[in-house]
Write a protein that binds this ligand. Structure first.
Ligand code: AHG
Ligand code: MN
Ligand code: MN
Ligand code: MN
Length: 328
């Protein structure tokens, strides 16, 4: 069995000029994920469920205790490590610059949704973490800058997610390689390679959408939903609906079984809900790397030129043929 650390080091050996920084950074993210996993596993008995004192984040959402706990864990681990020049998080208004001599030397910055699926925390349903890694464009040796973060998705160097589900998984991909999935063996505290070279099926039989919004999406999206749901002579509908209220869980299913995930714009949210920089872009990167596609309805997600670290965009993402059908 290959561990996550062994795997990243093995990949490194393919590139004699590589410095090992990326594998160091992934090791840090993996460590923080294991720390979050420990908390998530005992959340109901450790008094870490529910709201975090009524705090509201920059998104206008009520912050849950687990949102804050996950956020602080990732920030602390990356700050005390040596491979990350700075971070953007869903839970922080501004970028966090790790301005110290060791981190200023790092060529990478990280954008992160520390805890995805906050509404699932209190009910023991799947939650996740999403991250995106860029090479900085600013000068090494100095503190990182806004420009390092505000790069379009096509510039991502690596991305990944952690799923705290019925088992905990770490899935990541890099520009040079395919997408690989690792499963946590809780008894030894190691992630082991369980899903090598993940390829998203070209087509699928499920779609993921919250029907509460059926009435407020535009006519074209509604038409596609009707197509998904269509039934002839009272037979079963064309596709099954699967919706976990957690983008990581919904997409993990799609990576393995195929399907399409949709969070369109609607009347009350003209740009949709999901955040371009730490939800849509990393998932689009992994999706394209594994053979699927991701669009905002007009263009590829990763072509969008970002203007703000917290900007939102509509997203339709998943199996190539299903996204093609939607576009049609
Ligand atoms: P987060 O918990 O990081 O704020 O994101 C939750 C996201 C995503 O995981 C899920 O698909 C979507 O929000 C659900 O949105 P609604 O608020 O519309 O239910
Ligand atoms: Mn949130
Ligand atoms: Mn999220
Ligand atoms: Mn979140």
């Amino acid at each position: 069995m290959i561990t996550l650390d062994e795997f990243t080091i093995e990949q490194l050996r393919l590139y004699p000029q590589a410095t090992g920084e990326l594998s160091g950074l992934l090791r840090g993210i993996g460590l923080a994920a294991k720390m979050v996993n420990v908390q998530v596993n005992k959340a109901a008995i450790a008094d870490i469920l529910g709201e975090d004192g009524g705090a509201i984040n920059v998104q206008g959402e009520t912050v849950q205790k687990l949102d804050s706990l996950a956020n602080n864990t990732f920030i602390n681990v990356l700050r005390h490590g040596i491979h990350c020049a700075g971070m953007v998080s869903e839970e922080n208004d501004d970028m966090i610059v790790f301005d110290d001599p060791k981190n200023n030397q790092s060529k990478y910055v990280v954008l992160m949704d520390p805890l995805d699926g906050s509404s699932n925390t209190d009910v023991n349903m799947p939650i996740g973490t999403i991250f995106s890694i860029y090479r900085r464009v600013s000068e090494l040796g100095k503190p990182c800058t806004k420009e390092d973060f505000l790069q379009k998705g096509d510039n991502q160097f690596a991305a990944g997610y952690v799923l705290y589900g019925s088992s905990t998984m770490f899935v990541y991909g890099t520009r040079r390689h395919s997408v690989n999935g690792f499963t946590l063996d809780n008894s030894v505290g190691e992630f082991y390679l369980s899903n090598p070279n993940m390829k998203m099926p070209e087509d699928g039989t499920t779609y993921s959408f919250d029907y509460r919004y059926y009435h407020c999406v535009n006519d074209k999206v509604r038409k596609f939903l009707d197509f998904c749901n269509e039934s002839k002579n009272g037979e079963d509908g064309r596709y099954g609906n699967r919706h976990a209220s957690c983008m990581v869980a919904d997409l993990h299913r799609i990576f393995l079984k195929g399907g399409i995930f949709m969070y369109p714009s609607r009347k009350q949210k003209p740009n949709g809900k999901l955040r371009l920089m730490y939800e849509c872009n990393p998932m689009a990167f992994l999706t394209e790397l594994s053979g699927g596609s991701a669009t905002d309805g007009g263009k590829r997600i990763m072509e969008i030129e970002p203007k703000d670290i917290h900007e939102r965009c509509p997203i339709f993402i998943g199996s190539k043929k299903m996204v093609e059908k939607l576009e049609e």
